[in-house]
Structures are given as C-alpha cells and as structure tokens.
Design a protein around this ligand. Structure first.
Ligand SMILES: *Cc1c(COP(=O)(O)O)cnc(C)c1O
Length: 380
C-alpha cells in the first residue's frame, strides 16, 4: 500500500479565508475593486513597516513587469538579474524588449554574488551601457548579501528590484524582505509561503508611486468621464475575491514562518550525522530566513548518492522533492545574453535538491521523510 503523497510546498489554509470570500460575495464586489483588496494591502503594509506602500496585483510576474516600467526600462536597455532563480524574475525584461545580464551566485546565501555584480556594472559602463536596474532574489527565502549589494547600488546609482516572491517573513539585519529594494515584489502563487491561489504585490515607499502602479495595473485610465488613455496600460489588479484568501492567510503568516523554520531544523538534525550533505542555512545573525523551501547540496563522492538518486528514492515512497533552479544563463531562451560568474549556480543545480517544506507538514510525515533518507544513506 502506498502512503499518502507528501508534497513539496502545498497551499495551507487557515480556515478563515472563506469568511472574507463570503464578504466579497455578500457585498457583490466580485471585481478588482473592494474592501478585501484595500484591507489586504494595509495588512501587508503594517506587517512590513508603516512607510511601505503595497499594491495587490494578479501575480508576482506582473509586479516585476510593472516595477521595470516604473524604473523606466524600455527597448534595448540592460537590466542585471540573478541567474539562480525562477524564470519569472527575468521574463518581464524580455516583455519590454530590454536585455538581461545574468549574475552568478555566491556560496553563503546562494544568491547574487556582489563581486560579479560589480564586475558586470563596470564592464557595461565601459561599453557605454549603464544598466537600468538590478533584480535581486532571496532564493528559497534566504536573504541575499544585502549590505554589500545595497552599497554597490548606491555607489553606481542603479536602483534595485527586490524579488521577494519566496521570502515574505524573512529579514536581513532586522529589515523585512519586501522593503529592501527601491521596489520590491511578492508572490501569492499556490506554492509560496502564503497564497491567494494566484496573486502578487508591488511594494514601494511613496504614495505617488503606489498611485501610478494602480493606474498602470488598471489599464491606464485617465481621470475623465469617458475612457481616455495617454499610455499603454495593463490588466494586472488582484481580484477582490482572491484578496479575501490573502486576508485569511495573513492571520497565520508568522505561525507558518515558524513551522517552515522548524522543518529546516528537522532537516538539520536528520543530516547532522550524514556525511556529504550541506543544508542551506543562515550564515550569521544578520540573516533570518522563512526557510520557504529547505534545500541541500549533496557531495556525491562523500555521500555515495546524488540528487537524482535521492529524488527518485523519495518519489518511490510518494514523497515529492524538486531539483534546484537551472540557472537562467544556461536556459535555451536566455543563453545568448551576457553572463558574469564562475558557475557556482550550475553547481547548485547539479548537486542540489529541495525537500518537502510545507507549513502543514506533520510529525508523522517528517518521520517518514527521515526514515526514507536514512534508508538511502544506509544502502549507499
Ligand atoms: C513565484 C516566483 C515569481 C513569480 O510569481 P507569480 O506570482 O507566480 O507570477 C517570481 N520570482 C520568483 C523568484 C518566484 O519564485
């Protein structure tokens, strides 16, 4: 008999979502306007910090697209982007007919290498193509080396888009992820730390920028009693029904962060006496990760098995795991763009695996995962 499936990171409802959804139905705001949207935005604003301005959108990808537009990115412009990430970090650069420049990762946080970032900026400036923006990702919930990256951004006066799609609830040096970039982005896709089924948010710190974002996200309608459009708009607003799911999820965000951190702690104890496995961990007190996904790197020579073996071994026990990002600079659609680095991120892809990390993971499931991993290490 097969055990029930253990998923990598399934949606986890608090139970209160349906009350907010019912409110949308009761008021008949089945629309991209309504109280749920306003409330959801203000909940996130007070969660992050009082000066944050949040715009709820249809997806994280839409938020990155609008962030690039707000920063004036257009045809032939160059935008620096972390290579070790999901394709959605970079796709909007292409939507705008701009050019991505990919940057490799460093070994501590697996995020953008400050060294290659600065090398790339200097290289492009010498060519007369100063990059318009830098997209930094907090992969798997782990904050990037923000102290060094922010210093470089200031030195060269290039704004940062913080892709915090996976890192709501994380912080760097006491500053919450989602407030670290000039513009920051969240995702509420089904597998993220909290979900609205589909959804995202753009975060800025000026009301004027928030107003402009809402304007662009609602088809750029000018103030007029008939439809007038002076620029191209987008249909990117979040639905008031889905914002209701978000309100139910915001109630338990801190608890879910705790659960995911406990998962990470569980994996740490599993791997304590397994040789050849390195867990992605906070490198110093400055880093606080929501541990959205717990990830490992396997040294095949020492462990006697690799990530493919562990992946298929877990799958046989009906346990889902996932390979890490295949770096964007190695993807067929992005291969022809500039890249700066030493292929550390390719090493992560070759050796890494993300393990079940849902906030609803039970003790029984955690033990099943531990037993399965132990069996593989004994066999190897
Ligand atoms: C999920 C994700 C996105 C895109 O968010 P959607 O809401 O799915 O559009 C962007 N960047 C990263 C790093 C993500 O993980």
């Amino acid at each position: 008999m097969k055990y029930p499936k253990i998923w990598l990171s399934p949606p986890h409802m608090s139970g209160n979502e349906i009350r907010y959804i019912n409110k949308a139905f009761d008021s008949n705001w089945i629309s991209t306007f309504g109280d749920n949207i306003d409330l959801f935005e203000s909940r996130i604003e007070s969660y992050l910090k009082e000066s944050s301005k949040v715009v709820a959108l249809s997806s994280g990808t839409a938020a990155i697209h609008l962030a690039l537009i707000l920063l004036g990115v257009g045809e032939e412009d160059e935008v620096i982007c972390q290579s070790f990430t999901f394709c959605a970090s970079a796709n909007p650069i292409i939507y705008l007919k701009a050019r991505p420049i990919f940057i490799d990762s460093e070994m501590d946080t697996w995020n953008m290498s400050p060294i290659y970032l600065e090398e790339a900026i200097n290289h492009r400036i010498l060519k007369g193509k100063k990059p318009k923006a830098i997209i930094v990702v907090n992969s798997y919930g782990m904050p990037a080396k923000w102290d060094e990256i922010l210093t470089i951004s200031k030195k060269y006066k290039i704004p940062i888009i913080e892709d915090s799609a996976q890192s709501l609830g994380s912080s760097f040096d006491g500053r919450k992820c989602g407030t670290l970039g000039d513009i920051s982005v969240l995702s509420f896709n089904g597998n993220k730390i909290i979900t609205t089924s589909a959804g995202g948010a753009l975060i800025c710190d000026k009301q004027q920028v928030k107003n402009k974002t809402i304007f662009l996200a609602a088809q750029s309608k000018e103030a007029s009693n008939f439809y007038t459009h002076k620029e191209i708009g987008y249909n990117y607003r979040m639905s008031n029904v889905l914002a209701g799911i978000g309100l139910g999820q915001m109630e338990i965000l801190d608890e879910y962060v705790k659960k995911r951190r406990q998962n990470n702690f569980h994996y740490k104890s599993i791997f304590e006496d397994v040789k050849g496995i390195k867990l992605l961990e906070e490198v110093s007190k400055n880093y606080f990760s929501n541990h959205w996904l717990s990830c490992i790197l396997i040294d095949k020579k020492i462990a006697n098995f690799d990530n493919k073996k562990l992946n298929s071994f877990l799958l046989k026990e009906n346990i889902e795991s996932r390979f890490l990002w295949k770096p964007l600079h190695t993807q067929p659609v992005f291969k022809r763009y500039n890249y700066f680095g030493n292929n550390e991120s390719v090493g992560f892809f070759n050796r890494g695996l993300a393990l079940p990390s849902g906030s609803g993971l039970t003790l029984i499931e955690k033990n099943r995962i531990a037993d399965t991993i132990k069996r593989l290490t004994l066999e190897s």
